[in-house]
Design a protein around this ligand. Structure first.
Ligand SMILES: C[S@@+](CC[C@H](N)C(=O)[O-])C[C@H]1O[C@@H](n2cnc3c(N)ncnc32)[C@H](O)[C@@H]1O
Length: 340
């Protein structure tokens, strides 16, 4: 009990705050569940002015806390947040009120209010299912989904982003893994990447070619090659280099163009090839010492005007080194798949 409450008048005033059956009922409800005034009125079957008056007194005497959510005030009573004397007093009071019929009635009505609350959410989704994707985007944007997925990455990973361009992928990745090594042969692209990743101390940008990477053997947990291989003269050599820098069991992810016949597009974009056919790409991965896990077309997006894309995932064939947990994981849980 605080010093003030230890004085006779203060103590009596403080005890008086509990000497009311409505306030006891309120505290029992708020100990079970954080609730708003409207819900409390429904459970207690009392007008809002009465409930609000009692809530104010309980708050002033330190029995309850509240927080604002939108236009609502939500109230609760948390045993651990009470002063020790109040906690003892409440535990005794709660015990003594356990058999009150009105308390049982309140409990049943609260059950129903909570069921209704749940049903409101469910019926919202039943109605919204058809438009949910659009509602989700307009309310919250789309970037959070990528952040959530990236947060699944093991934080200790070292990831190489080969042909990193302006560093868009590297900058995103860097927030979720230990280190990103970006490699690109174009000084202009690297300059833009440096600007974009300024302040991210775990991004290491290096000038170099995919045919001869400036990265040590077996030093990366994962390698990304996004929209680069159609520019490369020897895709075979680039894949061999990717395999070399991967740790045993490490993972390669490639996104690039599916084979197409838009010669004008290829020329305009300065690309060396018209993209890749998944089953042939899968064979190239195998020839480079990698185990293909998947190799498949990606769903096209309505606003995307370029050729469709392909996703390929492979892992470096694990060594017999049993101390590498990643090598075991990939080998046992995933079976190699050919293209779909
Ligand atoms: C179309 S951009 C893609 C950039 C980035 N990956 C992205 O998704 O935004 C292709 C990048 O690959 C780089 N590049 C192309 N051939 C390369 C090679 N042989 N070695 C290193 N970088 C290369 C280019 O300089 C360019 O920055």
């Amino acid at each position: 009990m605080n010093q003030a409450a230890a004085q006779p008048q203060a103590l009596l005033g403080w005890m008086e705050s509990l000497a009311d059956s409505t306030r006891l009922r309120l505290l029992r409800l708020l100990e079970r569940q954080e609730l708003g005034v409207v819900e409390l009125c429904e459970v207690l079957q009392m007008p809002q002015s009465t409930v609000s008056r009692h809530l104010k007194l309980l708050g002033d005497r330190g029995w309850t806390t509240n927080r604002r959510e939108g236009t609502n005030n939500l109230y609760r009573m948390t045993l651990d947040e009470l002063k020790p004397a109040a906690r003892k007093y409440w535990v005794l009071t709660r015990d003594q009120t356990a058999d009150w019929p009105v308390v049982e009635q309140d409990r049943l009505r609260l059950d129903r209010v909570l069921r209704d609350r749940d049903r409101d959410a469910q019926s919202f989704f039943a109605d919204a299912a058809a438009e949910w994707d659009a509602i989700r985007g307009s309310l919250y944007g789309n970037a959070f989904q990528q952040s959530a997925l990236l947060a699944l990455l093991p934080p200790h990973w070292v990831v190489a982003d080969l042909g990193c361009g302006t560093g868009a992928v590297a900058a995103e990745l860097a927030r979720h893994v230990a280190r990103v090594i970006g490699v690109d042969q174009s000084p202009a692209m690297l300059k833009a990447a440096r600007k974009r990743t300024h302040g991210l101390s775990n991004v290491d940008l290096r000038k170099g070619s995919l045919g001869k990477l400036p990265i040590d053997d077996a030093s990366c947990d994962a390698v990304l090659i996004v929209l680069v291989l159609t520019y490369v003269e020897s895709v075979e050599a680039a894949l061999r280099e990717a395999a070399r820098v991967l740790k045993p069991g490490g993972r390669l992810v490639v996104v690039d163009l599916l084979r197409h016949d838009r010669e004008d597009f290829r020329r305009r974009m300065g690309q060396s090839s018209l993209g890749f056919e998944p089953s042939r790409f899968s064979a190239m991965l195998t020839a480079a010492g990698l185990t293909p896990r998947r190799c498949e077309p990606l769903a096209t997006e309505p606003q995307a005007k370029g050729p469709a894309l392909m996703l390929a995932v492979a892992s470096r064939t694990p060594s017999t080194d049993s101390t590498n947990p990643l090598s075991d994981r990939v080998d046992q849980k995933e079976s190699p798949v050919s293209s779909r």
